[in-house]
Design a protein around this ligand. Sequence first.
Ligand code: C2O
Ligand code: CU
Length: 546
Amino acid sequence: MNPHRRRLLIGSASAAAAASIGIPTLGATGRPGAEADIHIELHAEPDQVAVRPGKLTRVWRYRGKLLRGDAGALDVSTGAYLGPIIRVRRGQRIRIDLINGLDESTIIHWHGLHVPEDMDGHPRFAIAPGARYVYEFVVVNRAGTYWFHPHPHGRTGKQVYAGLAGLFLVSDAEEAALGLPSGAQDLPLVIQDRNFDADNQFVYLNGDIGASARHRPGMMDGQMMGGRMGGGMMGGRMMGGGMSSMMAGMMGVLGDQILVNGSTQSSRAVERRAHRLRLLNASNTRTLKLAWSDRTPLTVIGNDGGLLASPVRRDYVMLAPAERVDLWVDFGRWAPGAELTLRSLAFKGGMDMGGMMMGGNSALPDGAEFAVHRFKIGSGATKSATLPQRLPAIAPPAPRLAVNFERPKVFELTMGMMVWGINGASFEMLGASELETVKLGTQEIWEFRNDGRGAMMGMVMPHSMHVHGLQFQVIGRSVSRTFSDEYDTVKAGLVDEGWKDTVLVMPGERVRILLRFADFPGLFLYHCHMLEHEDTGLMRNYRALA
Ligand code: C2O
Ligand code: CU
């Protein structure tokens, strides 16, 4: 397709907006065979690392090797199992070879990136142990905080929990012109929760991560867990950990220990100057309600799809699994030697398993309050910095341009006989319904409804809805009266500005988003990013037709 035709398909009215999310006008698939600017090998493999004091923890991790490109492209300095951090510039052509050193199949998804279907990490592309998958694409996204993680069917929750996840940071000229805090003042903070056993090992459902290498009677091994969507599920699960673990495998796994950048070490020293904190909630299921301990409002400069058009202030910020938020904070505002804690505040409406989770899940319920990370502010003089009041322009959403402006597509998050679904249908590897078919070059309005249809025992949970392959805009929310009490505890912390790829949908809530489909035909996922929901059916495909 020539560039002019592509521009026409995007539509002149939305061209400015298209440019601002980085929809390529030259075609991401161009330059076939061109040498990549960056070539990285990522080995997914078992390892043992220090996650907290005491014994090493068995994990699965990505080990990166830079084969081509500047040394800054691969940052292996992050502690413990996470990462490496991949740093690229918009416009660069990236080649990444995934090499599967695990004893089960896997595949990587580049969360938030706009790439062709075979580069997107759909579970149908999962590779066997020992195999290699070659990714090659041009980074067309705006500067921002993206990330990568496994996506094999039915085992994403386990593999992420075992440690497989990393940041993919994109920079561009627009961002560079703003002079935002950089270097040591540009701090990624990946937040996760985990359960440990007495041996310092991660506990996922009723097995620990190293269990496949080290059989214990009554424990499921990795393959059994992997097969839980098949006939092995009931048998294996019931044998291993009983009813509570089976419930957790569906409702979600919560850990009672909070990890930041792969470590339980909960504090760090910072200088008295401006910082950019890039927060990613990489927890399997836990939603965060982030606030400063002294109730200073948070200054948000970016979220999933990069910088906002201008900074916004919030008393607290909700961060559902897979969502990102970029904060600007000037630690010079606090007295020398002061201590400031990033906390997660209490909220209602989270997954409340009550007595059902006895023995099987977390001592720290969803919606409970806890400390996330402490900042020990230095005693030096302040270095002044000003927060730019204007960030890169973002065209406001134009829902009237949607082909279904009069009739938004409705996607109800449903639960049937112990399986999640969307409009009553669970994941099908190659399936996409009529409703799930879209046309490249068009915009659509989708509405996610969390009305609790089919909810077990009246339980309605939050969900974190993610659409692959694009960035969307949130254009409306409404909540049913029944859930307004719960909603009141979170609503002031929603950051719907800017470009999003993941959105929190609270109990009783309906969220409308505006999506623009462009460039890449094929089958892409949309799903709940609470990984146990995703793994047990709350995931579907949409098909983009050329
Ligand atoms: Cu980050 Cu399909 O997911
Ligand atoms: Cu969910």
